[in-house]
Design a binder for this molecule. Sequence first.
Ligand code: NAP
Length: 270
Amino acid sequence: MTQAYAEVIGDPIVHSKSPLIHRFWLDALGIDADYRATHVRPDELAGYFESRRGDPAWRGCNITVPHKERALDLVPDPGGVRATIGAINTVFRDQDGVIAGTNTDAAGFWTPISALDLKGRPVAMVGAGGAARAVLFALARMEVGPVTILNRTPLKAAGLLASFGLKGHIAPLDARLPAAALLVNASTLGMTGQPSLQLDLSPLPDDAIVYDLVYAPLQTGLLQAAEDRGLDAIDGLEMLIGQAALAFELFFGAEPPRDRDEELRDRLTS
Ligand code: NAP
């Protein structure tokens, strides 16, 4: 019988860390399946889903830039992700073999902060793109207080808060931070090859958490500034591994061994 497989698709795709993560878990659990990276250009996306739909060995795929929104037009969205996050990052087969799209980014973001009580507490977030939408989805469910969005193009953030039922403010990148209990960087600032994120963290309270979604590099300038101020920090690998874990269960029907996260993190950073 042909070996079962899942894959990550994107354009470009060569730098994706997903194959390393999923193969680590497949090996750890002794599951005879593969997880690969497949380069799919925008004009190939519809044909890609058409061909995979009829392949019984295909368990599904993760979707990365630039296909997360467009894929919504090509696969069913039983969970209503279009109306909320507006993008899918995982396509899987349900119990009847029917393919469905979902988004595991929001839950992947939420897992490392799930034990925090942020109800009613102010939050600040940098960025207003796709990742920011997944963050706002999770924050709304945590019933956080006012959310201040700082973005290069403040207008792009207008309407975002209301669409998630949140209250707060929109501000430019050089605005003073509020006394937020959680600061999230959901922009590309601080990524390798991008400008750094320059923020004055002094308005944050001493128990604030700083969460950077950027994972390349892992130790960003923002996380360094948080450590220098003695604040707890969460890096982008936490969310990356978290969203992958949920997708892995959907593809292979098994829970990944999260007790081996430290070993996995070492591999991802070596
Ligand atoms: P996106 O949709 O392209 O949004 C990019 C955001 O960054 C926008 O807010 C954009 O501002 C801002 N930005 C880009 N270049 C900028 C610049 N030169 N100066 C100021 N602002 C700039 O990207 P995304 O998919 O949301 O991803 C954002 C980040 O999250 C990336 O670093 C990505 O790797 C990370 N991410 C991590 C995970 C994880 O699992 N850890 C998951 C998803 C995403 P404008 O609105 O003004 O254009």
